[in-house]
Ligand binder design. Structure first.
Ligand SMILES: [Zn+2]
Length: 76
């Protein structure tokens, strides 16, 4: 099991997420970001906007890097 913070995943806070796979961890973070945006958090809204402003290619590139670096994340 690995852990990374919301910020590590281009979010806006230091909340930690754990996961066995990049998909699991990314999914938890995405859910968290959406909840924060819905509750009116400006920081997460800005983070989400900057993610959305990227092209599909750039989003995929970032995600591929995140997957490649997953093994080097902190173990839980
Ligand atoms: Zn967050």
């Amino acid at each position: 099991m690995k852990k990374a913070t919301c910020k590590d995943m281009r979010g806006a806070c230091d909340q930690e997420f754990e996961g066995e796979t990049p998909e699991e961890m990314g999914g938890k973070c995405r859910e968290h970001v959406m909840q924060m945006v819905q509750s009116g958090d400006a920081g997460h809204k800005a983070a989400l906007d900057s993610m959305m402003a990227q092209s599909k290619e750039d989003q995929e590139k970032w995600y591929n890097e995140f997957r490649a670096n997953f093994a080097s994340l902190q173990d839980v």
